[in-house]
Each structure stands twice: as C-alpha cells, then as structure tokens.
Design a protein around this ligand. Structure first.
Ligand code: SAH
Length: 506
C-alpha cells in the first residue's frame, strides 16, 4: 500500500462509524468513551479494534496478515528493529539456520546434488528464497556454492521474497555488503558479495515473472507457517428446519399474515468461519488479564466459508460430520502452486490476452523447491494458531504486532496444490528434518568441523546446536520439523537426496 492510500485507510478507520456495528447479539457496541479512552496493548490493537468496530468480526487470515506484515506496527515489519531482534537467543524464537551454519551448508549441498542429478544446467539457474529472515540460510548456502564453480557460473539471479522492509535491509547488508541497492519496477535490486549475480527483492512471489527455460531452486524455511489461515467448524443443521416446524405468523402493514415459505435453513451441516472479534470483558468491562480480541464462530455463512472449504475433497469430506474443524491457508496453496509452475511449467498454455506475467509451458521441467517447516504429516491442522514471544507460547491474539503468530503447515495441502498447479512436477516427503539432515551427512560434517575446534566452550555450543537440529525428543527439532520437495516429474523413478535417494557421482 502506498503512503497516501495508507493514510486514507487510517483516516477511514479512525472516523467514528455512522452506525456502530452490533458486534454481539447480547451486548451493544462498547460505549464510545470507554473505547476511545482505552489504553490499547499496542497501536495496531487500536487500529484493528477500530476496524472491527466498523466492519464486524474479521477472518483470522485478515488478523494474521495485519499483525505480521502491516507496514506500521506489524511483527516482521517493525519488530526486528534493524538488529533482527525477532530471531535468536535475544529475540523471540530461534530457527534452524540461526542455530548452526551446518544447516544452510547442507541445504546448499542438497541443491547442488539436485542440480547435478538434473544434468547440470549451464545457464538460467535461479535461487529463490521466500521469507529469508536475517538472510542466514541464503548466506550459508552461497558460501558453500563457492566450492562448486560450474554451479555458480550457471547462476543467473537470486530472488528474495520478503514482505518486511526492515528485514530486507538486514538481508541486503549480509548478502550484498556495501553494494548499491536500487529500486526497480517490482522491488529492489543489489549485487551478491560472493559472485557477480544480481540479488532482487520482491514482496510477493507473484511479482516475479515466469520465464521459460529457467531452472529455479526455491527455498522456504519457516515461511508457510507465517502465511494467513482461515479456520472453519461444521455446525449441525438448524433445528428450525425440522419437518414438524409450525408455520410462522408475521405482522405486516396490513395486519398479521402467515409465512407461506418459512425462511429456509440448511438441512445439512454447514461450515462456519472462526472470526476475530473484540472481547467485551476487556474492552467494555476492563477486566484485568483479559485479551482485547477473542475468537467467535460466525453466526452465518461468510464468503470464505462458502468458497474456501470447497476447494479440496479433503475438506468436503468433513463437512457432513457436524463438529469437524479445519484450518486452510489459501495463500499457502497459491505459493505451492506457483513453485510447481516455475519448475514444471503451467499445465494449461497461457491465454493469449493479458498473459504477460502468466505462467508459461516449459519444454523440459527443471529446478526444485524445498519446503521446511513444522506441521502435520497428513492430517488437516486444527486449533494450531499460536503466539510466540521471548521463546514462550503466549495467546495468539494478544499484543498485536509484538507477538509472532503462526500456524501448523498442512503439507498434504501444499502437495495437492503443487500437483494441481503443474503436471510437470512430483512431490516427495514430507520427511522428518532429523532424517533429512542425517541423509545429507550432518554427523560426518560436524565431526570434520569439531576436529578443527580446540576451544572447549565453542565445541560444546557447536555440539548442542547440531544435536538440536536432529534430535527427535526433548527440545529437538528433528521430528517436529519436516521437509518436502517438489521436483520435475520423473515417474517417481529418481528419488532426491534425503527422500530415499543418494548423491550421484560428481
Ligand atoms: N526463513 C527465516 C525466517 C523465517 S520467519 C528463518 O528460518 O530464519 C518468516 C519470514 O517470512 C520473515 O522473513 C518474514 O518477514 C517473512 N514473511 C512473513 N509473511 C510474509 C508474507 N506474507 N510475504 C512475504 N514474506 C513474509
């Protein structure tokens, strides 16, 4: 949003509503004086509260989008403070690339192995990372690539998809050093400090053109868990629709009349969306310790509840069982399908008109996507929205913009979207991170590194770091985190490294 639009939006949000929205059937809207005088937990809490007061409850997806990436007050957009305070021991959470450089090195080796297995393309290789955080994963990969000259000479560009201007600056400093950064039509551009290759930033993957004959290697580490979700619950048919229902009498201007066709209510279970609304206990009654926002089930269908759960047979199958709950991230599906089309080409040839940025058919699928995140192996996530602050779980709806909000990744949904997106790809995994890293030789690599480290304390830090990446119990990340890959369709004949395959001879 440009600054002028943003100002206009803010102005709109601040204007007192002409007719206050009734945001609960049992209570009227909060009295304007209590509402306006309230000391909100964060400025973004006030903005969101004003919006909800005007429009009524909002989908979780809208809330997530705002609290994570609103340019004024969003978590990723404003929290890092230039020092990347989000990540690491002093931040709110720590991610695998931040724990040990070995993580990025092995992911780099994986990409090289995949590039070799696909016949070592000599040109047109792209590196694309979505949600690069501090840029550590990409930096560790690039350092590793320096040992593979024929790979680096095939590199055409590095693309980083990043919604946060603050983190973009952090990434630029790490990956490009003092090189100039210039604004382009779609984002920003600088040059890698390692090789003479452009580094290009965009805010959304849809801004990157799809071109034929490119070989994209796409990385997503703890990105999908930050993409907005919608949550739905299936509710039983309305009792008013039962056959014994009596005809209703209503009063009309000309006297009482029988309702010939009572309003028809659903006679099968229906999806209802879980919405974010104001919590009267906090904003009206000012009760100590109450959160300003709470979840509430929409009283009627919303556009999302009518459309989104219809997009897959997995969700449709649950609708008829009243009480089912599901979480769906349409944006995640868009990203997974986009990855697939870049690798496998679009299944449909581009339409002739207005198709400048549309995916193109590819003569030979090439490239790969590696998706690393926490989430479910094959079940649809439920109740997984969580807030993290200073390494602790906190209510997801508290202190908007100061708390990291995320949800479990539905790997099966990503696989489904990728396969729907392109006929030219296949999906492997998800496998557990511990197994993936072991297959890539993490133990041997660590032994090599540790041999050269004399300092006892440094050895201990390195050792606890890499064990945390692979261990499956306690605080280990080896089991909860999963890895999935999208590669060119191959009839399942070649398994990529870490997914049952070995490294081909160099
Ligand atoms: N990959 C890094 C950072 C993970 S945090 C690591 O593992 O350490 C999530 C990253 O995605 C951040 O860089 C955040 O700014 C970015 N991000 C979150 N939502 C986004 C969105 N909707 N579009 C683009 N980037 C987003």
């Amino acid at each position: 949003m440009n600054p002028a639009t943003r100002r206009a939006a803010r102005h709109l949000l601040r204007k007192p509503p002409l007719k206050p929205h009734r945001w609960s059937s049992t209570s009227t809207s909060p009295s304007t004086s209590t509402f306006d005088a309230r000391k909100w937990s964060t400025p973004l809490a006030q903005t969101l509260a004003n919006a909800i007061k005007v429009t009524g409850p909002i989908p979780i997806a809208a809330f997530m989008r705002q609290v994570l990436t609103n340019p004024e007050g969003g978590y990723y957009t404003t929290r890092p403070n230039g020092e990347g305070e989000v990540f690491g021991r002093k931040g709110d959470f720590v991610t695998s690339p931040e724990i040990s450089q070995v993580f990025g090195e092995l992911v780099g080796i994986w990409a090289i192995a995949e590039w070799m297995a696909q016949g070592r393309k000599r040109s047109g290789v792209q590196l694309i990372e979505v949600g690069p955080g501090k840029g550590t994963l990409m930096d560790d990969m690039l350092r590793t690539f320096r040992n593979f000259k024929s790979f680096t000479s095939s590199l055409e560009a590095i693309y980083l998809v990043e919604a946060s201007a603050t983190l973009r600056e952090v990434q630029k400093r790490l990956l490009c050093g003092d090189a100039n950064m210039e604004e382009t039509d779609v984002g920003y551009r600088s040059t890698s400090k390692y090789f003479d290759v452009p580094v290009v930033w965009v805010e959304d993957i849809r801004l990157l053109p799809h071109e034929e004959d490119k070989t994209p290697f796409i990385f997503a580490h703890e990105f999908f868990d930050a993409l907005p979700i919608h949550a739905f619950e299936s509710i039983p048919p309305s009792p008013e629709n039962q056959p014994q229902q009596e005809q209703k009498e209503i009063m009309t201007p000309t006297g009482p009349a029988k309702l010939h066709q009572p309003l028809k209510a659903a006679n099968t279970p229906q999806w209802r969306e879980l919405m974010v609304t104001l919590n009267p206990a906090a904003v009206e009654d000012n009760l100590e310790g109450e959160s300003e926002f709470k979840l509430t089930l929409a009283k009627a269908s919303t556009p999302s509840s009518l459309v989104i759960p219809e997009i897959s047979a997995r969700y449709r199958a649950l609708k008829s069982q009243a009480g089912s709950a599901i979480e769906i991230s349409p944006e995640s599906r868009i990203y997974a399908a986009d990855f697939a089309r870049r690798i496998g080409g679009a299944s449909q040839p581009p339409r002739t008109t207005g198709a400048a940025a549309a995916p193109v058919a590819k003569s030979t699928p090439s490239g790969a996507a590696l998706i690393m995140d926490y989430g479910t192996l094959d079940t649809i996530p439920i109740n997984s929205l969580r807030g993290i602050r200073e390494h602790r779980t906190v209510p997801a709806l508290s202190a908007p913009g100061q708390v990291d909000v995320s949800a479990d990744v539905d790997f099966t949904a990503l696989a489904e979207a990728a396969l729907e997106g392109s006929e030219g790809v296949e999906v492997h995994g998800p496998v557990e991170q511990g197994d993936f890293l072991q297959a890539l030789g993490i133990t041997e690599r660590m032994e090599q590194i540790l041999k050269k480290v004399g300092d006892e304390e440094k050895r201990r830090t390195l050792e606890t770091g890499w064990k945390r990446l692979v261990e499956k119990g306690g605080g280990g990340m080896g089991k909860i985190y999963k890895v999935m890959t999208i590669i060119p369709e191959n009839d399942g004949k070649r398994r990529p490294v870490g997914f049952g395959g070995g490294i081909v001879a160099p």
